[in-house]
Design a protein around this ligand. Structure first.
Ligand code: NI
Length: 226
């Protein structure tokens, strides 16, 4: 399933991030593409060693850890340090599926990409085209979010970015290894969590609520790997 996490960054935080990113040295995005994605990718990226990239990447990781909606949706075990890309006029990315396992550069760590994430850093009015199109069993989803909003989608999904025809599209992208590998199980847990939250607001004293919360934790115990 696809999920939107609204306002992961505030407008002020986006402004500060963009200020730093605008001054950074951007390179051809094909250096980080896998063999199959190489001919598909036409954008620019920031080197992970770039100081602006590192600083904003750390800040995004911090925001993710403090965002209850992200934590409930992704049930994250590991997050690949956020990277950044920029599409200028003509920039696009053909249909592809992201690599299954990603090595974190400069470390022995690997992250399985259970979920892919795109955090939008430009307002939709600032550019034409540049839509993220995600294909799933329910059809195609066209995603173009407000600056600071993020989309999460299964790493197994085919997706593409349509050509930018005006302006510049700036975004952060990364991957999440979840404690729950299966998308379907993660969806069940999120539905259950949402129901528990709603009941907690309405009938906090009801003993059935403690029972339901127990079911949530027992499913998490059965399905999670840590
Ligand atoms: Ni991709």
């Amino acid at each position: 399933m696809m999920h939107i996490i609204p306002s992961l960054l505030s407008k002020e935080q986006v402004r500060q991030a963009r200020h730093a990113l605008d001054k950074a040295a951007w390179t051809d995005g094909r250096v980080s593409a896998g063999h199959q994605a190489l001919s598909a990718k036409h954008n620019q990226q920031l080197d992970q060693d770039d100081p602006a990239s590192q600083q904003i990447s750390d800040f995004i990781l911090q925001q993710l850890g403090g965002n209850p909606r992200f934590m409930a949706t992704a049930l994250p075990l590991k997050v690949f340090p956020p990277r950044f890309n920029r599409y200028q006029v003509g920039g696009h990315y053909h249909n592809h599926i992201d690599s299954a396992v990603l090595s974190v550069p400069g470390t022995p760590h690997r992250v399985r990409g259970d979920m892919s994430a795109t955090l939008f850093l430009c307002e939709p009015e600032e550019y034409d085209g540049g839509e993220l199109i995600i294909e799933d069993s329910y059809g195609n989803h066209n995603v173009k979010l407000a600056a600071g909003d993020m989309v999460l989608y299964p790493g197994s999904s085919l997706h593409r970015v349509t050509p930018v025809t005006r302006g510049v599209r700036l975004a952060s992208f990364f991957w999440i290894q979840s404690m729950i590998r299966q998308d379907s199980q993660r969806s069940i847990l999120l539905n259950l969590d949402d129901a528990i939250q709603a009941l907690t607001a309405k009938v906090p004293e009801d003993p059935a609520l403690a029972q339901l919360t127990g079911v949530y934790h027992n499913l998490l115990r059965q399905w999670s790997s840590t």
